[in-house]
Design a protein around this ligand. Structure first.
Ligand code: DP6
Length: 334
């Protein structure tokens, strides 16, 4: 039976991936990032995906949360499945079903957990090698940030030489190294205005991009050291600066995009006040959307969550812990 099911967690980047090198023809089909990115894999935000290659399928099909996948997502899924077919020699089309254990509209990247889970499930179903290294290019064909969700804990993804994507992702430390919590202050549930994919391609139109990439290169060893030392003040300072730098690039690119809502700023200011005036160790980061991720040690999750819930404009606060990498399960979706 060519069927398998995998579960994977999303991730939150402390140093963001923003901007890709132009594709290098057939030798380089996976996105190659302009700068290294560093993330923490999340356990609360998981996707479960079943993939089966079936003789009687007339084309690849994909259900996301019980609905046919939108065209753009289906196209990415097919790109991954084509690569699995090329590697394994199977000619069958696939049936794919995927469910998220968290609200997809809450601004936690479902593409990261979704494509990490798909890479593992489809590789297993087709009888391919399943260790994370062999799954990197498959996950990347779906989504850049998905390659970081192939490992648990703290993960770094670096730019790679053509044809060597499998060496571009590395686990820096397992989840048990540092039990941090990510609290997502949800200020909007609407779909984001502009996709990350488009943003990666237009990043180079911002006059600030070069400066940001230079800063990131300087910050990466500092963040690696902060993670090794479990130094939240050092990690937090770099993480906030990086998120603001990425948004500065986004706002000054052509077309210019402003992902923030007024409540985004309220949360950012409150986080700084909680830290400076109320002694809580919390720091923010913001992905390509209006919701704010607040990172704090597990033992401070309760007071930080309560404080965030009181901010006008915050609809809810979701809590995720640092989690493990993907795994196979026998509980299939079909
Ligand atoms: C802001 O990997 O989601 O979350 O490859 O188009 O799926 P696609 O983009 P994606 O971009 C991630 C952007 C980010 C930063 C990050 O997670 O590093």
């Amino acid at each position: 039976m060519m069927k398998a099911t995998a579960e994977a967690g999303s991730n939150i980047a402390f140093i963001k991936y923003w901007g890709v090198h132009p594709r290098g023809g057939e030798a380089q089909r996976e996105p190659n990032p302009l700068n290294p990115s560093i993330s923490m894999t999340l356990d609360g935000a998981r996707t479960t995906t079943t993939a089966a290659f079936l003789e009687d399928q007339s084309e690849d099909s994909c259900l996301l949360n019980d609905r046919p996948a939108p065209q753009e997502a289906l196209h990415r899924v097919r790109t991954v499945l084509d690569e699995v077919r090329a590697r394994s020699g199977t000619r069958f089309f696939a049936r794919v079903e995927s469910v998220n254990g968290f609200p997809t509209s809450a601004g936690i990247a479902s593409s990261a957990s979704g494509f990490a889970a798909l890479a593992l499930a489809a590789a297993r179903a087709a009888g391919l090698a399943c260790e994370p290294r062999s799954l990197v290019s498959l996950a990347l064909l779906g989504s850049g940030s998905a390659c970081r969700s192939l490992y648990g804990g703290f993960v770094i993804w670096s730019p790679h030489a053509a044809g060597h994507a499998e060496d571009s992702v590395r686990q820096m430390a397992p989840a048990s190294h540092w039990p941090l919590t990510d609290m997502v202050a949800v200020v909007s549930r609407s779909k984001k205005e502009v996709s990350s994919d488009r943003g990666h391609r237009t990043a180079a139109t911002s006059p600030l991009l070069e400066g940001r990439v230079r800063n990131v290169v300087r910050r990466v060893p500092e963040v690696e050291q902060a993670i090794r030392d479990r130094d939240l003040a050092a990690l937090g300072e770099a993480m906030e600066a990086d998120a603001l730098g990425m948004h500065a690039v986004i706002m000054t690119a052509r077309p210019s995009v402003i992902y923030w809502e007024p409540a985004t700023i309220s949360v950012v200011k409150r986080v700084r006040a909680l830290r400076e005036r109320e002694g809580l160790d919390c720091y923010f980061t913001i992905d390509a959307g209006p919701n704010v991720h607040v990172i704090a040690p597990q033992e401070q999750a309760e007071p930080v969550t309560r404080a965030l819930e009181e901010i006008p404009g915050v609809l809810e606060v979701l809590r995720c812990r640092c989690g493990r990498g993907p795994r196979l399960t026998d509980t299939h979706l079909f």
